[in-house]
Design a protein around this ligand. Sequence first.
Ligand SMILES: [Fe+2]
Length: 532
Amino acid sequence: MLLLLLRAASARAYSTVFFLSPSASYLTRWPVAWRTGEGVIDWQMGRWRQAPRPLGLLLAAILVGIVGRCDGGISSAYVRKAEKTIDMPLDSDVFRVPPGYNAPQQVHITQGDLDGTAMIISWVTEDEPGSSEVLYGTDENNLDLSAEGIYTRYKFYNYTSGYIHHCTISNLKHDTKYYYAIGIGDAIRKFWFISPPEVGPDVPYTFGLIGDLGQSYDSNITLAHYESNPNAQAVLFLGDLSYADKYPYHDNVRWDTWGRFVERNAAYQPWIWTAGNHEIDYAPELSIIHQSFQGETGIDDTLYQSLQGETIQFKPYTHRYWTPFESSGSTEPYWYSIKMASAHIIVVASYSAYGRYSPQFKWLEAELPKVNRSLTPWLIVLMHAPWYNSYNYHYMEGESMRVMYESWFLKYKVDVVFAGHVHAYERSYRVSNIAYNIVNGKCDPVPDESAPVYITVGDGGNLEGLATNMTQPQPSYSAFRESSFGHAIFEIKNRTHAYYTWHRNDDGNAVAADSMWFYNRYWQTAETTSAV
Ligand SMILES: [Fe+2]
């Protein structure tokens, strides 16, 4: 209640300061301000605002001094150390190649079907193809099951990848610890994972949220911080993995180092992948011949195209990181859905076509009505470019997708949207912004209990560093924002309640720098986080 009073007083104080200010904008607006029986009304920012009476003026003036001029929620005053974010060198221990000839490396797993009875096991062998077989079972000493995978490889400019293996193991029992072994000879490596529980409305499950991770010293702290949470069961990764494209010629060696870096967690927990802009790897400038070459030499088109730079989008990403897109009826690996425990998770692609008639549009249009909230009450959407972002970085880059899909998210009552891309943290109130059409001018976000909470967790710690510059004042839709590296945890308790926390790297694991209880949009709407 005290917080609400402070907020209300703060908003009024803002009006008052505006009204008393001898500024040009005040002068131009003076003709539309007048006294009423309730006080002074003036016009600002497209809204009528009411200024308080003299006693209110005094109180408001005092409160302005206390809380400052701010329309939105909290802009954290936390001051983190100002050190440059740099990548770990190639000889770092986290990039170590496992011992043994042709030993499997860069091991990672992701859910392999719609409801968690399959897992895709992926790894790389550097020297020769070796074996694509996975031995697995529930008894560590008796891996009595096996599955045969495939391998692929690719070239990128002057780089040739190792042999990238993918093997889907199926018919898994739910919520069961499986051991698996890959490799041959003296380089066999063993890992384990716990399969997701059977899908059901009250099945608890704990997700980690990591985005824009990269491979800097800060990335390592983020991953270690996440690993220190003993309850997290799977990672929802929000895009931008290795940042190899920041290196000369998109040095794909940095894709390999990143794979070895995250193996310590990604080999044991399913990581659910979202494609970010650093996965596009579109580099036509890496052409090794001049355009006149074809005319001069008369080489055929196929050979000429092969020499024309890297124009196949997402090439390293799609070779290395598979998603189970086909099991949800998707036709591309960039947008798809899975069910885990009591959650239906939809991954959308910020960097694939999403306009009307595009394959992604048609898929999402058909997908949302299929979500069965009686079976999976929690509807979670992952994307890379956020729709609601009040930092001066990537500002409004998610806007066109918001225009396309936001009304669907309200109609189908999405609980939460997680995004990355902006290298900072931000959580919104429940707001929507769908009233606008091209003539009515209604373009402000408004409180909306059918709307998701939008959370940006692009603060994994990559070499590009933190986004520190925020729009001012904090917009009314923004509940909490802070420029620190970190990760988040979304802990589903049952069909109605989930507990959400954000953890900055500078704190111990037990500390939550931001938190909120989520009340399911379908089963219980009594909450509110909306205070705009
Ligand atoms: Fe990004």
